[in-house]
Design a protein around this ligand. Structure first.
Ligand SMILES: *Cc1c(COP(=O)(O)O)cnc(C)c1O
Length: 450
């Protein structure tokens, strides 16, 4: 079996094709968009105004019958494919058995099994514990609660270009003002920002960038006040920035020497996405705490904090939890997701997808100087678009290319502090020909937009 031929992955038997039967959005989607305008809060925005009817493999089918190539996975969530067969089976069985008891009232095995699996899969072979929650932001907030309880210190350092969520504490950790923070303050106190390693823009080695960050932390915060450093090993919303080699290990080493908890926010980069269980694995780092969400449960709301037993157990009984945290349906989905990744060799497949996509985008970069950098790992690859003369970010181009690809039936997302990054996060269940066709459409968009 070729690693690029999905077997049992990838959900309902939908034709794996790009098929446009109406303009995008079609009449039925436009009708629903109108209803939405009268009913849904305006602060909730949408990348592409087509309403979904079904999805699986590498396609999303809309309510007008258009079949779109999915290069976004609902923001890195449907890694094993939409409605993947094992997941549907496991969640259906759980649905028929019971839907909720609250783990804090009467526990159930699924929660414990997910904790055991994450303890085994996260980096490092030390004794670990896991706590489950419902969203990525909630996992990050809890990681910080735990780090504060353990260190009995308050300050937290996050980095330039960081994205950690939309709750009050995670907004404070998030770097970008628009659209995430503007008008929503005041923000949680004792959050400080350090410079990241951004090789394309700072040209620094990992060691030099780490020295710069550590110096800023020591001068502006002080290790004696610092509970935790929180960082995405590969930044997601910030632009798929891969730090220079050696940056993360140097930060981990400094944190360990200074009684500072090192938290890897792997909400976007974790669970096979980058061609490893966690992006930290590529750097050989062992974080004290790891947050997991997005790809772990195929779209059912589940998140986790996993880490060193002595740190995780520092919070008093009753201090962690939540009504829905580790919901039994979400746990069944997570166990089925992890099994699917193993049974279908999806880690290897993420690597193979990365090679294919990087090759194609590298060729595009050769032809088109507006592609400043192609970067990422595995099935988490981005293009940073710039003015070829000045290397200044070109957000208008990213928007135009994404828009052109979308109107040709390919779901592409943008990201980046400057809005000038196109990011590709295909489901690992996408057939190779469909992925190649999606990239053809993207190529053509660059040719059309001059
Ligand atoms: C998406 C994301 C979050 C927030 O997750 P939600 O489930 O949207 O709350 C946190 N950190 C990173 C790195 C993310 O990509």
């Amino acid at each position: 079996m070729s690693l690029l031929t999905p077997a049992a992955v990838g959900g309902p038997a939908l034709a794996q094709e790009r098929r446009l039967v109406t303009e995008i959005p079609g009449p039925r989607s436009r009708e629903l968009a109108e209803r939405r305008r009268g009913s849904v809060a305006g602060g909730v925005s949408t990348t592409m105004p087509v309403f979904a009817a079904a999805a699986g493999g590498g396609v999303v089918v809309d309510v007008d019958g258009n079949s779109l190539i999915d290069l976004g996975s609902g923001i890195a969530v449907t890694t094993v494919g939409n409605a993947a067969p094992r997941l549907v089976e496991a969640v259906s069985a759980q649905l028929a058995a019971f839907t909720h008891t609250c783990f804090m009232v009467t526990p159930y095995e699924g929660y414990v099994a997910v904790a055991e699996r994450l303890n085994a899969l996260t980096p490092g072979d030390h004794e670990k514990r896991t706590a489950l929650f419902s969203s990525g932001a909630e996992a990050v907030e809890n990681a910080i609660k735990i780090a504060r309880a353990y260190t009995r210190k308050n300050a937290v350092v996050a980095f330039d270009h960081a994205y950690h969520g939309r709750t009050n504490l995670t907004m404070a950790l998030t770097a970008k003002n628009q659209p995430y923070k503007s008008g929503f303050g005041p923000f949680a106190p004792e959050v400080y920002r350090a410079p990241l390693s951004y090789p394309y823009r700072d040209g620094l080695s990992g060691a030099a960038a780490a020295e710069r960050a550590i110096s800023a932390i020591e001068k502006q915060v002080g290790a004696e006040n610092l509970a935790a450093i929180v960082i995405e090993p590969i930044q997601g919303e910030g632009g798929f920035i891969v730090p220079a080699e050696g940056f993360l290990p140097a930060l981990v080493e400094w944190a360990r020497a200074n009684d500072v908890v090192f938290i890897a926010d792997e909400v976007q980069s974790g669970i096979a996405r980058t061609g490893a269980w966690y992006a930290s694995d590529h750097e050989g780092i062992v974080p004290d705490l790891v947050t997991t969400a997005k790809g772990v449960a195929g779209g059912l709301p589940l998140s986790a904090v996993t880490g060193r037993a002595e740190i995780m157990d520092a919070a008093h009984a009753g201090g962690l939890g939540g009504t829905y945290g580790g919901n039994p349906l979400a746990c069944a989905a997570a166990l089925a997701t992890l099994e699917t990744i193993e049974q279908e060799n999806l880690i290897e497949r993420a690597t193979a997808i990365g090679e294919l996509v990087t090759g194609r985008l590298g060729a595009l970069q050769q032809r088109d100087a507006r592609v400043g950098e192609v970067r990422g790992r595995g099935a988490m690859i981005a293009l940073e678009l710039v003015d070829p003369a000045t290397q200044e970010p070109d957000a208008a181009l990213a928007k135009a290319v994404a828009g052109a690809a979308q109107s040709e039936g390919v779901i592409v997302l943008t990201c980046g502090t400057y809005g000038n990054v196109l990011r590709l996060l295909p489901p690992l269940s996408i057939p190779e020909e469909l992925l190649a066709e999606g990239l053809d459409v993207l190529d053509r968009a660059f040719e059309v937009i001059k």
